[in-house]
Design a protein around this ligand. Structure first.
Ligand SMILES: CC(C)(COP(=O)(O)OP(=O)(O)OC[C@H]1O[C@@H](n2cnc3c(N)ncnc32)[C@H](O)[C@@H]1OP(=O)(O)O)[C@@H](O)C(=O)NCCC(=O)NCCS
Length: 177
């Protein structure tokens, strides 16, 4: 019983902190769908109003999105324009995506639905729906179906979703290869 209460309170706490962050960014002008979770050390650029994210997306820690290219500073200083310019691009992410830890998403990029972005990727071009992309620059490495089959064969999946953190710890210590 006590375990269940602890689990309920911790889920509520995490859910509400994700929800607070989502609402804060929406107030700043970002469009972010229901159920999208953003870990705290992530950046929605200095122009969050140029970012649109779908439903049920998970941003891992330290994801950086930027909607401007500071390189314009060099052109401005060299006098390429009559007045100082900015170089901008929107970022659009579909539904049900996972953005891996320490990824960078550059201006002008669109990521489709059901996409996994690998840890440490730099996403500089559009990524199609139902794919896994990774690397610098991020390239499609496989489809979502292939990712499922490969990892099923490798035996990397564990049914821990509904366990308390203590149960999960005990189970994983025994089970992970
Ligand atoms: C991208 C990812 C989803 C691929 O998972 P997978 O299908 O099990 O990957 P594999 O280990 O079979 O690798 C497939 C290929 O992609 C490469 N690769 C995997 N992850 C990569 C990454 N993050 N960056 C660059 N290349 C990567 C592998 O080196 C391998 O290359 P090869 O075919 O030339 O040998 C996974 O590696 C990843 O980065 N997950 C995110 C982890 C994360 O952010 N965790 C935080 C938790 S909140």
């Amino acid at each position: 019983m006590i375990k269940k209460i602890i689990k309920y309170v911790s889920i509520k706490y995490y859910d509400s902190s994700y929800e607070r962050r989502r609402r804060y960014l929406i107030k700043k002008g970002a469009q972010i769908g229901e159920g999208t979770r953003i870990r705290n050390i992530s950046s929605f650029s200095s122009e969050p109003y140029l970012i649109k994210v779908g439903k049920d997306v998970l941003f891992s820690g330290e994801v950086f999105m930027t909607t401007h290219d500071g390189g314009i500073k060099v052109l401005n200083s060299l006098g390429f324009f009559d007045e100082s310019n900015d170089k901008m691009g929107r970022i659009i992410i579909g539904d049900n995506c996972f953005i891996g830890q320490k990824s960078v998403i550059l201006p002008g990029v669109t990521i489709g639905n059901n996409v996994i972005i690998g840890a440490g990727s730099v996403v500089s071009k559009d990524i199609p729906s139902n794919t896994v992309a990774a690397g610098i620059p991020a390239k499609v490495i496989c489809s979502i179906e292939e990712y499922y089959k490969r990892n099923l064969e490798k035996g990397c999946f564990y049914p821990t979703g509904n366990m308390s953190s203590q149960e999960k710890k005990e189970y994983l210590i025994k089970s992970v290869k």
